[in-house]
Design a protein around this ligand. Structure first.
Ligand code: BDR
Ligand code: CA
Length: 307
């Protein structure tokens, strides 16, 4: 199986990403690293442990950055609730977080398994940037980075920028300039993966604890997206990054050059995707363009049903 480290800020869709990763035999989750993002680091770390508790699984959780490199911290309680996982009842975790910082854990694992570890960041990219700056020698040893963030077109936190990239544009720039093989699942793709009520009903119908938990998360997550976008469901952004590793054939991608705007203007945090190759710069990223929503949700259902 592909060794991965899931770097997350749970978060409703992060929780679903975690459930998919831990139920997929194609993947070996070496550990979970947490970052501030949707809510503060203490909460995202707690929430990762909550999800493990729901699943009855033990996986090391390494907390990392509690703030961005340069800019001030932003957060998304408006989308995910004050807990970050609003909706279902949240059990008390029986596991403790690890002492080793997320960035150091990433370095340790990449050096232990050179060329074998895929990093899957689905929150702000601060932990990855810290790891790459602390130990630049790891870059050629990272198999690939498959991230949820950015967009070929519209933003969601500003008209230009997506939340994860806007939360730490400087960290994102370090990652996009790292030379590591990258795949980006941005909003242009994740907005095709909307959990409409008939999908949510099927999660509930799975009848296991994970299925019920997923359904309750998705019901809450839907409300914000209904109000803001008029959509009858929420996009399961983060699970797209994991699904890409499990079932790449569900995705259509295109190699593009992607740069991150770090000037603090209207486009701060934008992923500037050179779709037509007008810059002449070589592609540094496989950019997700299409996902098959049926295939994606059937995969989620099958795997979450197996928990
Ligand atoms: C991203 O922002 C967060 O709110 C979600 O968890 C996802 O990672 C979408 O813009
Ligand atoms: Ca996230």
């Amino acid at each position: 199986p592909q060794k991965i480290i899931l770097d997350c800020d749970p978060g409703h869709d992060d929780a679903i990403a975690l459930m998919l990763a831990l139920a997929s035999p194609e993947l070996e989750v070496l550990g979970i690293t947490t970052v501030y993002g949707n809510v503060a680091l203490e909460r995202t770390t707690h929430n990762a442990l909550v999800v493990l508790e729901v699943l009855g699984r033990r996986v090391p959780v390494h907390p990392g950055a509690d703030r961005p490199l340069v800019r001030e911290r932003i957060s998304a309680e408006a989308v995910h609730g004050t807990s970050g996982l609003a909706g279902p009842p949240l059990p008390t975790p029986s596991q403790q977080p690890q002492d080793l910082h997320a960035a150091l854990f990433i370095i340790e694992q990449v050096e232990r398994h050179p060329g074998e570890v895929a990093l899957v960041p689905v929150g702000p990219l601060t932990n990855l940037a810290l790891a790459l700056r602390l130990r630049p020698q790891i870059a050629p040893k990272i198999r690939q980075i498959v991230l949820m963030g950015g967009s070929v077109d519209l933003g969601n936190w500003t008209p230009s920028a997506e939340f994860n990239i806007l939360a730490d544009p400087h960290a994102a720039r370090i990652v996009f300039e790292s030379g590591v093989p990258l795949a980006m699942m941005g909003l242009n793709l994740t907005h095709q993966a909307i959990a409409h009520p008939h999908w949510v009903a099927r999660f509930r119908g799975l009848g296991n604890r994970a299925g019920t938990f997923a359904a309750e998360l998705l019901e809450f997550f839907r409300e914000h997206h209904q109000k803001r976008y008029g959509w009858d469901g929420a996009p399961i952004h983060d699970a797209c990054a994991v699904a890409y590793l499990v079932r790449p054939e569900l995705f259509q991608t295109k190699p593009l050059h992607v740069a991150v705007e770090t000037n603090e203007g209207l486009c701060f945090g934008r992923t500037v995707c050179d779709y037509w190759g007008v810059t002449g710069k070589p592609p540094n990223c496989r950019v997700g363009l299409r996902v098959d929503p049926e295939g994606f949700f059937e995969l989620l259902l099958e795997r979450i049903g197996n928990h």
